[in-house]
Write a protein that binds this ligand. Structure first.
Ligand SMILES: [Zn+2]
Length: 302
């Protein structure tokens, strides 16, 4: 009996160590991406390249495989500048793909005032860190479906990076298997709906919100888009996947009627509500995990 107790305890300790999602780690991802060293992650800069490499390092640590070729970085050119998307894949039992994406670029810096850097902690180190944290979450799980993790460059100059990605010949062969692409955009603050709540842009266009909400066990919940007039559905990287027929929405917490940091220099680490973000990141992981187990595939409404 004693022997078994020890075994159980040892296993428990082992599973604790290997409980891959960690709030502390997610906060560290945000801290690194939004640090002054990254100079606001402007498109085409050396610092944007460094950010991409940082994301790729996490993908490698989590045993993902590059989506295209032998590098997690998928390069492109735009207006004479070089950029790079980051993409990693984890094979599941089925080749159906459930994908997560977030843009990691931001608007850089200027030379006005004492604070020159647009750190973009919420926009969108918060979403990017969630993509990275989800690769932690699923690291040791055998999944029914194939998981894809993407970080897009050049969103701020007009959704350019994600468009280049879906048009990349080698990448585009994945699109017909992609059952859903969850785009994560500004999740760092408390939404108007309260703790653990996100809203889904264009939520009335598919049954994804209902499916996610039928698979939640915490305060995490997906709410309808409260800012329909602002057409947010068309204003982030999900739209380039929508145009290819993939069910794709953005999840966000940003209160469009009451925020003071969007594209401002005060979008820094201290705006991030990490406890709330941690509920959200794990809530997304759990609901997608359950959806995969039950072979639930979202569809656009007719
Ligand atoms: Zn953004």
């Amino acid at each position: 009996m004693k022997k078994y107790t020890f075994l159980v305890l040892a296993l428990l300790a082992y599973s604790q160590i290997n409980a891959q999602y960690s709030k502390k780690t997610q906060l560290k991802y945000i801290e690194e991406l939004s640090s002054d060293n990254m100079k606001g992650r402007g498109f085409g800069t050396e610092e944007s390249r460094l950010s991409a490499e940082l994301i790729a390092k996490t993908f490698k640590k989590n045993n993902l495989k590059p989506c295209v070729g032998d590098s997690f970085l998928i390069e492109f050119e735009h207006n004479g500048k070089k950029g790079q998307n980051v993409c990693g894949i984890k094979q599941g039992k089925s080749k159906d793909i459930y994908a997560f994406g977030a843009h990691y670029d931001h608007i850089g810096y200027d030379d006005k005032g004492d604070d020159k850097i647009f750190n973009g902690a919420d926009d969108n180190a918060s979403g990017t860190s969630t993509v990275m944290a989800l690769s932690d979450y699923f690291k040791d799980k055998k999944t029914e479906k194939t998981l894809m993790y993407m970080a897009f460059d050049a969103e701020e100059i007009g959704l350019v990076g994600s468009k280049k990605l879906v048009e990349n010949e080698a990448f585009s062969s994945y699109l017909s298997d992609m059952k859903v692409m969850l785009n994560l955009e500004m999740l760092g603050t408390l939404s108007a709906f309260g703790e653990g709540k996100v809203y889904m842009t264009g939520s009335d266009r598919s049954d994804l919100m209902a499916l996610m909400n039928s698979n939640t066990k915490t305060t995490f919940k997906v709410e309808s888009d409260p800012y329909l007039k602002q057409q947010l559905f068309f204003r982030s990287d999900n739209v380039n996947f929508v145009n290819k027929g993939v069910v794709s929405h953005s999840l966000s917490t940003v209160n469009m009627e009451n925020q003071h940091h969007y594209h401002q220099k005060n979008d820094e680490l201290d705006v991030i509500k990490i406890d709330n973000l941690s509920i959200i990141a794990q809530g997304i992981g759990y609901s997608i995990e359950e959806m995969m187990k039950q072979n639930q595939q979202p569809k656009y409404s007719k």
